[in-house]
Write a protein of this length. Structure first.
Length: 276
């Protein structure tokens, strides 16, 4: 069983990676991320603590993924026919980059595992202060910790995406989409995420049953299942994802490019290299 990392959990609505050709804003975000990591390491060193700067990863998207993010019907259908909304497929196809959104191991994991509970607590407190100082210097943003920073990211994403709910064209397409699905909800942002949200909730429910209630409240969790055990869940998800797509075949091409533009703007603002 694994609990999604804080950053990944905060950004479940998007597919991680980079543009085929990075925009000036994206390149600037990469540079800012490198500055933050360098300052963070220097700050920790001043306190006699070890922190290895995380590498800035510049990612490229395949042609098919770019088409999918633009809302292309055939690209979306090809993806959903195999991966559904991208939830249970993480267990059925472990390690597949099309669905595996784990950010990988931190360069600092090995060092942190060697610390005592007391030292780890002190290290994290110092790192939060150093991170906050670096973010203030580089981005001009005031935060108290990495969790606080991610809360601001989520708030910015939510505010930006909610603007799409008042877009007249998207609102009209949302009504058609909701009517086809035979549901009362017609807000574009909710319709776009309802499938992933529903199956993420289902997976978390299975994980909680396995853990007998020992999981942290609000955690995004996947259960411990073999690919064979997870396959029936994925089959159900694929069926739902294709039905959703059929109802939303005019909605997604209109919604996806606008949503992606807002997300990219926020990721640039907060220098989130993995999300660009």
């Amino acid at each position: 069983m694994f609990v999604a990392k804080a950053v990944a959990a905060a950004l479940l609505t998007t597919s991680f990676g980079g543009l085929a050709t990075a925009t000036p804003g994206t390149e600037a975000a990469y540079a800012d991320k490198a500055k933050i990591e360098s300052m963070r390491a220097g700050c920790m060193k001043e306190q006699g603590l070890t922190y290895l700067p995380e590498k800035v990863v510049k990612r490229d998207r395949a042609k098919e993924e770019r088409a999918r993010l633009a809302g292309d019907h055939e690209a979306l259908r090809a993806y959903r026919a195999t991966y559904g909304f991208g939830v249970w497929s993480r267990l059925v196809f472990p390690g597949d980059p099309a669905v595996d959104r784990d950010l990988g191991e931190s360069r600092n994991d090995k060092h942190l595992m060697s610390l005592s509970a007391k030292d780890l607590k002190a290290w994290r407190a110092a790192d939060d202060k150093c991170f906050a100082k670096a973010v203030k210097t580089v981005l001009g943003k005031t935060v108290t910790s990495q969790d606080d920073f991610l809360a601001d990211v989520n708030a910015a994403l939510g505010k930006g995406l909610r603007e799409l709910d008042t877009d007249p064209k998207l609102a009209a397409l949302g009504k058609e989409f909701g009517g086809c699905l035979k549901i009362a909800e017609t807000r574009p942002t909710v319709l776009a995420d309802r499938g992933r949200a529903a199956f993420t909730k289902e997976a978390t429910g299975v994980a909680r049953a396995q853990s007998k209630g020992s999981l942290p409240k609000g955690a995004v969790v996947m259960p411990q299942l073999t690919p064979e055990q997870a396959k029936p869940y994925l089959d159900k998800e694929v069926k739902a994802a294709l039905a959703d797509l059929e109802c939303g075949k005019t909605f997604y091409p209109a919604y996806a490019p606008k949503a992606r533009a807002i997300e990219e703007r926020v990721y640039q603002e907060f220098a989130l290299d993995f999300a660009l």
